[in-house]
Design a protein. Structure first.
Length: 310
C-alpha cells in the first residue's frame, strides 16, 4: 500500500445538491476517496449511509467510505449487509471506516447503551469478526459474544476487490487491535490525536502487526488533515509537528507537510477535512497539492525511506 492517494471528508448536510456538487468536483479533480462523516444524532445532517449510496450512484470512479461509522448505533450484522450491498452496487467502490464510538451522551440519547472504553474496544473486536464473517459467501455466521449475538445468518460477498475495514483508533489498546486486525488506520483528526502522537501511534501499529505475523505495510495509514489551502499564503513555522491547530497554508506549505508524512511516517492516504467546504478547496488539494507531493515523493521512495528507518 505504498501508492499515494488523496481524498476529502464531507459532512452530510441537508443540502444534498451541495454535497453532490462537491463529490463531482472531487472525482473530476482526480481524488481517490470521499469520506462522509457519520453523526446520526445530529438532526441537521442526513443519514451518512443514504448520502454515500447517493454519491456512489452519481459517480463512476471515486471510492466512498464512512469517516467513521458509529458502531454503537449500527449493529455489525446490519452494517455488514449495508457495506456489502454498497460495494456490489458500486462495482467495489465502498470501504468501511469504523469507530468504537464517541459522543456517548448523544449515542445514549438515541437508545444505545453507554460503554466504557474497554467495553467499546471489545465490542469493536467482536464487530470486526462478525462483519468479516458475513462478507464470505456460502457460509453461515454464529456468534454468541459479550455484546453481539448472531445465529445462522448467511454471508454475502461484497463487490470486486472486497471491502477494507479502516479503524479510527486513538488509544494504545485500539491501536494494537488495529495493527492486529484492521486493513487500515483512519488516524483521528488532530483535535482527538495531536500531531506529536502520530509517529508513536504508527510505531505501535507496526509492533502490533508484526506481533500478529502481519506485514505492517499491509495496514493502510490514512492521515486526516483539518485546515484550509490559502492561496498565496506563506507558512509560519513547521506545519503539523505538534498541537491540534488546523493547517492554514498555501500550496507549498501543504506540499511540505504531506510530503513529510509520506516519507517520515507510513502514511499513504491523505484526506482533507476542509474548514471551508467548497469546490476551490477540493481543486487546490487535488490538482496542486497532490501532484506536487507525488512528484517529490517519487515511485517507491516513501517505502524505501521507511524501510531504511526500520
Amino acid at each position: 500500500m505504498t501508492d499515494l492517494r488523496f481524498g476529502v471528508s464531507l459532512v452530510p448536510i441537508r443540502d444534498l445538491d451541495a454535497t453532490r456538487r462537491l463529490a463531482a468536483v472531487a472525482e473530476q479533480a482526480g481524488m481517490e476517496y470521499i469520506g462522509v462523516q457519520d453523526h446520526p444524532y445530529v438532526a441537521r445532517y442526513l443519514d451518512a449511509f443514504v448520502v454515500m449510496g447517493d454519491l456512489l450512484a452519481r459517480t463512476e470512479r471515486i471510492q466512498v467510505f464512512p469517516d467513521v461509522a458509529n458502531l454503537p448505533l449500527r449493529p455489525p450484522a446490519v452494517l455488514a449487509r449495508t457495506a456489502s450491498a454498497l460495494s456490489r452496487v458500486s462495482g467495489g467502490r465502498f470501504q468501511l471506516g469504523l469507530g468504537a464510538g464517541g459522543y456517548w451522551d448523544a449515542i445514549e440519547s438515541m437508545g444505545a447503551a453507554r460503554r466504557t472504553p474497554p467495553e467499546a474496544l471489545r465490542a469493536l473486536e467482536e464487530a470486526v469478526a462478525i462483519v468479516r464473517g458475513l462478507w464470505r459467501a456460502d457460509t453461515r455466521v454464529d456468534h454468541d459474544g459479550e455484546f453481539y449475538r448472531v445465529h445462522g445468518v448467511g454471508g454475502q460477498e461484497p463487490g470486486p476487490g472486497g471491502v477494507e475495514i479502516w479503524v479510527g483508533a486513538q488509544g494504545p489498546r485500539s491501536l494494537a487491535l488495529t495493527g492486529r486486525l484492521a486493513d487500515g488506520w483512519a488516524a483521528p483528526i488532530p483535535s482527538y490525536l495531536p500531531y506529536e502522537r502520530w509517529a508513536g501511534s504508527n510505531e505501535a501499529l507496526d509492533r502490533a502487526a508484526r506481533g500478529a505475523g502481519r506485514d505492517p505495510a499491509d495496514v493502510r495509514r490514512i492521515a486526516q488533515l483539518v485546515g484550509t489551502v490559502e492561496v498565496g499564503a506563506v507558512a509560519s513555522g513547521p506545519l503539523g509537528r505538534s498541537g491540534d491547530d488546523p493547517v492554514r497554508a498555501g500550496v507549498a506549505g501543504w506540499v511540505e507537510l504531506v510530503t513529510r508524512l509520506a516519507t517520515e511516517q507510513p502514511f499513504t492516504t491523505f484526506v482533507l477535512w476542509p474548514q471551508r467546504a467548497d469546490e476551490r478547496q477540493i481543486r487546490l488539494f487535488a490538482e496542486e497539492v497532490a501532484p506536487a507531493v507525488r512528484e517529490r515523493v517519487g515511485p517507491g521512495r516513501a517505502a524505501a525511506l521507511r524501510t531504511a528507518g526500520e
